[in-house]
Design a protein around this ligand. Sequence first.
Ligand SMILES: Nc1nc2c(ncn2[C@@H]2O[C@H](COP(=O)(O)OP(=O)(O)OP(=O)(O)O)[C@@H](O)[C@H]2O)c(=O)[nH]1
Ligand SMILES: [Mg+2]
Length: 412
Amino acid sequence: MTLEISSIIKVFSKFLDSDSVKLSKLHDIKDIKKLPLHSYRFLDKEESTMIKQLLDISNIGDASKLNKDNPLEDIVIVEDSNESKALNDDLKLKTEALKIKYPTLEEKLKKAITISALISSIEEDKDGIEVTGQKVLVVGLDNAGKTATLSKFGGRLGISDTIATHPTKGVVRMKFGKANLNLFIWDLGGQEEYRERYLTHPEQYFVQLDLLIYVIDIQDEKRFDESLDYFKKILDSLILLEENPFILFFIHKFDPELKGDPKILLNVELLKDNLNEILKNKKYGFEIEIYLTSIYSMISREPQFAKYIKNLMSSHYSLTDPTVRKVDGLGKTLEETLNAVIRLSESLSTQLNDLDSRLRVLEAGAFQAAQTGLPLEIASPSQSSTTQKKNARLQVLNELKDLFGRRKSLDL
Ligand SMILES: Nc1nc2c(ncn2[C@@H]2O[C@H](COP(=O)(O)OP(=O)(O)OP(=O)(O)O)[C@@H](O)[C@H]2O)c(=O)[nH]1
Ligand SMILES: [Mg+2]
């Protein structure tokens, strides 16, 4: 048995009832397709017999051919005669009665069809399953910022490329690593037609998933409901496929200059609340972490600088402007210079943040000291260096002054 077949069988084994199926007897996908329906762990004998009789199917291979959206409709006869009409009406009544008597039957049948369809699709083309590595999916509505975020992580694109991010057509699959240590990242284009496809064929996208990154645009308030609804449907697909990947939820486009914006902050809270509500209702124990992200945070945590970069990127004098390209190599030089400036600014910005937190700690200390009534020592620049060292606050302020000076000389 090849590694691929054994890995594929391993993926399916979670759906199979280990008492009735001997995994060691499965050597091929065809062997799985020949298994009777009650091999599925989630179908009991009574249910599978009922499905078998109603739909005239006997094994997993047959189930893969059924219509998942409305499986019980398959038993309705579509012949245009009085006799078949009467039969149809009778059947409709009986299926309705069946649905009431066995309320979970239809759901289970849908699940059986989805998983069976996966087995068949793997036989034709093994795309849905990445057997030799970790699989990461990046999902969200169109324009949410998925590809841009991935570019940021991968560092594949320079600044000029980030401006030119195009809507992703279908799924872009990326593979990193080699041999058995692969990381597969799938960027799922978020336009509606693609979203519909993922949700109607979840088995081709959401199987054997290690990490799901969901991206929502915090600046696009009008589409919150649409996005949360999509997220909910993805969770339903995961539940159906018994997948429990770790989920990172990116509240994205939380750009540095928006950090103090009350409306945005309110929306962040609103999204978090909605998310909690969704997860509470799913009762499936998804592990999720929420992050506030922005492609500009990587450039700088400092709002002014982010604004500067954004203006530059959106200005007509862009790095991809043909008039700039005319001068041989100027575009490249500009980009390199800009990158150097960004790196420098990043380090300055980190240092500023560190200093800022140190100052806060010191100020909190000073406040407490003031409350206790102890006098605060204010150091003057003329004090000797040993006394200066003792005065941490002044030292930090001096460092800050120096940093601001250096930043000013960069003209940011
Ligand atoms: N302000 C801001 N814009 C961003 C950010 N991330 C991405 N964008 C912009 O949002 C637009 C859409 O980004 P994409 O990454 O192409 O969006 P997508 O989610 O991949 O879209 P589809 O491929 O259609 O599903 C682009 O113009 C990006 O430059 C961000 O953090 N802040
Ligand atoms: Mg994209």
